[in-house]
Ligand binder design. Structure first.
Ligand code: ATP
Length: 236
C-alpha cells in the first residue's frame, strides 16, 4: 500500500479545470517530484492533498484511509504537512512563535519544546535568530523556517511547494541537501519544483503535469535524460 494514493483527481476553480483526472502514488520513504509549466496544476494538487481545496472528482487515500473530505487540521493530525509556495511565515511573529504554530494540532505539548530544540540543531541559523521576527530573515532562512514549521507537526508526508523559489543557487543547494537528509531520516516527500533538474536529481520518481493532466511519469534518473523533459523543462 502506498502512503499517498491520488485517484482520478479533478479540481475546478469556477470554470477553470486546474487538475483533470490525475492519478499518482507516493510510496513510504520516497521523494516524488511534480514538475510542469506555470499553471499546470501542481500547487492545486498539493492543496487538494493538504485539504485546502475541494476536489470535484476523485479520491485521496493516505495510509489506506480515505481523506478526500477531511478538514485541513485533520489532515495535519493524520501526518500531512505542507510548506507553502512563497513560504508564508508569519512575518511579525518570532522564529520561535512560528515553530510553535507548526505544532498547533499536537496533543503532546510537553515534547514540543524538545522538538523545537532539535530544529535549532538541524537549522542552526534559526536557532541563532529564534527571537527575531520572521519577516526580518533572509529568503533562504525563511524557507528553512517554513520547512521546520511543517516538520513541527511530525509529518509522515511533507509537501514542499517551490522550496527554491527566488533563492540564490548556493542556498538552493543547501535546501536540497536538507530535503535529501530529511528523506534519509524517514520523511516521505512530495515536491513541486521549477528547478526541474535539481528536483529530479534529488528524487526517486517524477510526474510531469501539463494543463492539469499527467503526461509523463517514471524514475527521475531516467526522465532527467528523456528528450521530452529535456526540451520542455531543462532548456534543451
Ligand atoms: P505555478 O507554478 O504558477 O504555481 P501550478 O502548476 O502550481 O502553477 P496552480 O497554481 O495549481 O498551477 O494553478 C492551476 C490553474 O488554476 C491555473 O490556471 C490557475 O490560474 C488556476 N488557479 C489557481 N488557483 C486559483 C484560484 N484560487 N482561483 C481561480 N483560479 C485558480
Amino acid at each position: 500500500m502506498a502512503l499517498l494514493e491520488i485517484e482520478n483527481l479533478s479540481v475546478n476553480y469556477g470554470a477553470i479545470q486546474a487538475v483533470r483526472g490525475l492519478t499518482l502514488t507516493v510510496e513510504e520513504g520516497e521523494v516524488v517530484t511534480l514538475i510542469g509549466a506555470n499553471g499546470a496544476g501542481k500547487t492545486t494538487t498539493l492543496r487538494a492533498v493538504s485539504r485546502l481545496v475541494r476536489p470535484r472528482e476523485g479520491r485521496i487515500l493516505f495510509a489506506g484511509r480515505d481523506i478526500t473530505r477531511v478538514a485541513p487540521d485533520e489532515a495535519v493530525r493524520l501526518g500531512i504537512a505542507q510548506s507553502p509556495e512563497g513560504r508564508q511565515v508569519l512575518a511579525r511573529q518570532s522564529v520561535q512563535d512560528n515553530l510553535e504554530l507548526g505544532a498547533y494540532t499536537r496533543r503532546d505539548r510537553v515534547f514540543i519544546q524538545a522538538d523545537i530544540a532539535r530544529m535549532y540543531e538541524r537549522f542552526p541559523r534559526l536557532g541563532e535568530r529564534r527571537h527575531q521576527l520572521a519577516g526580518t530573515l533572509s529568503g533562504g532562512e525563511q524557507q528553512m523556517l517554513a520547512i521546520a514549521r511543517a516538520l513541527m507537526s511530525r509529518p509522515r508526508l511533507l509537501l514542499l511547494d517551490e522550496p527554491s523559489l527566488g533563492l540564490a543557487p548556493i542556498i538552493v543547494r543547501e535546501i536540497f541537501a536538507i530535503i535529501r537528509e530529511l528523506n534519509e531520516q524517514g520523511v516521505t516527500i512530495l515536491l513541486v519544483e521549477q528547478n526541474a533538474r535539481l528536483a529530479m536529481q534529488s528524487s526517486h520518481r517524477t510526474y510531469v503535469l501539463e494543463a492539469g493532466q499527467l503526461t509523463l511519469s517514471g524514475e527521475s534518473a531516467r526522465l532527467v535524460n528523456d528528450e521530452r523533459v529535456l526540451h520542455a523543462y531543462l532548456g534543451g
